[in-house]
Design a protein around this ligand. Structure first.
Ligand code: 5GP
Ligand code: MN
Length: 342
């Protein structure tokens, strides 16, 4: 592993590069990728952004989003494979483990380009040649901002790039309310506003752009797919494949739903089970000081941040996943009782 400062001089005009990010890319993943692409383009590199699954509709307004190549789209796949062969650099943004690339992990592993990891997740795997990694950063967008500053290129941060960066910072901090919202986060945002970023317009584009189906879907989940388990201070939610079909659920439509569980007085954590053809996807959220990443990695092949983690259950039975939870929840009772009184 080499120091990231040695990288800057290698980013020369005409160099080919690829940027990639995690499955179900969120606003931080897409925002950081497009901002980094914009910067590298200004340095004269030829850069493509490739993603393992579709970009959700509320992010397609970001400048450059229309050029993103999706590995799940068979028409894009041939192009992606050729780009990976020709790339001198592969930038891996907003993920710390290869399994988060799903089907794209094999082609990325096989690619010969120098791998540069820019990320803020815990326990990064050792797959990169260069790392710019800080778990105290609230978002990868914040890291992109910091790195460009460190390299003395503040002038490259234009309004378009700033809008992408603001999106990731805003969403990964839960609109500046999660405990990861440091003074530095606000300092970065202040500088982005000075560069002309319209924070109000971006908030509306990301959060107030739902379809009627999506709003009714949320209503259905809150009314019929939410239990509160008071002894565990846990909100448990689930979404079936049938629910997703009935409400015409699109990429990104389940994003953020798990957070509603934390609005119940007394709730310390919330879990959302989403039924997918290949298994159940789990989302975990918690309030300080309860850590869900350990629970996610111990019992559900996952991990993530202290207060926001993900995982999976290998069968696609919601009942099966609930049974597994009923088995392991009692093991957490003493920890829950310890933190609820803090
Ligand atoms: P979400 O519930 O939004 O899918 O994920 C919440 C957080 O947990 C995200 O920051 C994501 O990066 C992380 N995360 C989700 N799934 C996994 C996983 O399987 N492994 C790890 N290490 N982190 C995950
Ligand atoms: Mn992130």
């Amino acid at each position: 592993m080499s120091s990231i400062s040695a990288l800057h001089a290698q980013l020369t005009s005409g160099t080919k590069a690829v940027i990639t990010t995690h499955f179900n890319p969120d606003s931080d993943a897409i925002g950081s990728s497009l901002a980094w692409q914009n910067y590298l383009n200004q340095l004269g590199l030829e850069v493509s952004v490739i993603v393992p699954s579709a970009v959700s509709a509320n992010l397609t307004w970001m400048p450059g989003a229309e050029q993103i190549l999706n590995f799940e789209d068979t028409l894009h796949r041939v192009q992606i494979e050729a780009l990976l062969k020709g790339a001198a650099f592969i930038f891996c943004l907003d993920f710390s483990g290869m399994q988060r690339l799903h089907g794209l992990s094999h082609p990325i592993k096989a690619a010969r380009g120098i791998k540069v990891v820019i990320d803020h997740h815990l326990n990064p795997e050792d797959f990169g040649d260069y790392y710019y990694h800080r778990i105290t950063a609230a978002s990868t967008c914040e890291l992109i901002f910091d790195l460009i500053q460190e390299w003395g290129d503040d002038a490259c941060i234009n309004e378009e790039m700033g809008s992408c960066l603001y999106s990731g910072i805003m969403t990964d901090t839960g609109s500046f309310r999660h405990p990861n919202t440091t003074a530095h986060v606000h300092e970065v945002v202040a500088q982005l506003i000075q560069k002309g970023v319209n924070t109000n317009a971006i908030h509306r584009k990301i959060f107030d752009s739902a379809s009627l189906d999506r709003l009714r879907f949320l209503g259905h989940v809150l009314a019929n797919r939410l239990d509160y388990l008071p002894e565990y201070h846990l909100s448990l939610m689930w979404i079936t494949e049938e629910d997703q079909k009935q409400y015409n659920s699109q990429a990104g439509d389940t994003e953020g739903i798990v957070n509603y569980g934390l609005q119940i007085a007394g709730a310390i954590w919330a879990i959302l089970l989403i039924q997918r053809p290949d298994g159940i996807k789990l989302s975990f959220r918690s309030i300080e000081p309860f850590a869900v990443n350990e629970f996610a990695s111990k019992y559900f092949e996952g991990g993530g941040h202290k207060n926001a983690s993900g995982g999976r259950f290998s069968s696609s039975s919601i009942e099966g996943a609930k049974e597994k939870l009923q088995e392991v929840l009692p093991l957490y009772l003493s920890e829950i009782n310890r933190v609820k009184n803090l």
